[in-house]
Design a protein around this ligand. Structure first.
Ligand SMILES: [Zn+2]
Length: 277
């Protein structure tokens, strides 16, 4: 089966502190990521933060023009636990319209900041369906300190909401017996050895492996100039493995077929239909 490689576009410091503007380094990091994807012939689903799109429309247009699928990562990058349903609706609608106006395409997919749809914030799925969204990739299928739930099936599937269904794409998880292990993206890719990632990705790929990255992870020097704002511990944790991530991803994904989420929707709907029979 193909892989689905996704990419969350945000500026690390703004996303983390919720202060200030998107810096130019976000644009440079996206360009690096696009070049990397081109080299490996990867078509990706990009979840772009609305603030990035508003400040740098040309970079979003470039993602779209280079053949990738452009969806939304919310406008402000505030996790849903910090938003009321009404505030979430406004944040989501603003990001959707901003990206649609730039690309001239329909935005129908969402990834919540910090995977913040869980048992407490699942009201968000009803709002997504109400606003015309067809798919989501915001529920991390493993309970961790900041996010996730163990009560999500691991294959892409349909979730029934108040006004219709939405397709959910859970991030790939490794399994050893009853235990779930995070292996699908970000820091987990940077920290874990390639052999472990390959093992679990191939296993997950019996249905489909869903991976996530951030453009800033391609930049080992992203924290230059931010030393005062970010603690040494956090800088080490966030930059560990960045110098080698391009090579690691290259060796893991080279020769693999990668598809966008939107190209998978019909298959999920059909499988759900046949499973019901
Ligand atoms: Zn994010």
């Amino acid at each position: 089966m193909p892989f689905i490689v996704t990419c969350d576009v945000e500026d690390w410091l703004q996303a983390y502190t919720q202060k200030g503007f998107i810096t130019r380094r976000c644009v440079d990091n996206v360009k690096k990521t696009l070049d990397f994807f081109d080299r490996l012939s990867i078509k990706s689903t990009f979840f772009v933060q609305g603030m990035v799109a508003e400040q740098y429309p040309e970079v979003v247009k470039q993602i779209f023009n280079r053949g990738h699928d452009v969806q939304t990562h919310g406008f402000t990058h505030r996790p849903l636990h910090k938003l009321s349903p009404q505030a979430f609706r406004e944040d989501l609608a603003r990001s959707k319209i901003t990206i649609e106006q730039i690309c001239g395409c329909k935005v129908s997919g969402f990834r919540a900041p910090a995977f913040s749809i869980d048992g407490v914030t699942k009201w968000a799925l009803d709002i997504l369906v109400e606003l015309g969204f067809e798919f989501d990739s915001s529920i991390f299928p493993m309970k961790l300190r900041r996010y996730g739930t163990n009560r999500l099936q691991l294959k892409p599937h349909l979730i029934q909401c108040r006004n219709g269904a939405i397709a959910e794409f859970p991030i790939t998880i490794g399994r050893i017996g009853p235990f779930r292990i995070p292996v699908g993206g970000g820091g987990y890719i940077r920290f874990l050895p390639r052999s472990i990632l390959r093992h679990f990705w191939e296993k997950a790929n019996e249905h489909v492996a869903v991976i996530y990255l951030h453009p800033y992870e391609f930049s080992p020097h992203d924290f230059k100039g931010w030393e005062k704002e970010v603690s040494l511990f956090l800088r080490i944790q966030q930059t560990y493995g960045r110098p080698g991530i391009e090579n690691k991803m290259d060796r893991l994904l080279s020769g693999k077929t990668c598809r966008t989420m939107i190209s998978f929707l019909e298959q999920i709907r059909n499988e759900a239909f046949y499973n019901r029979k």
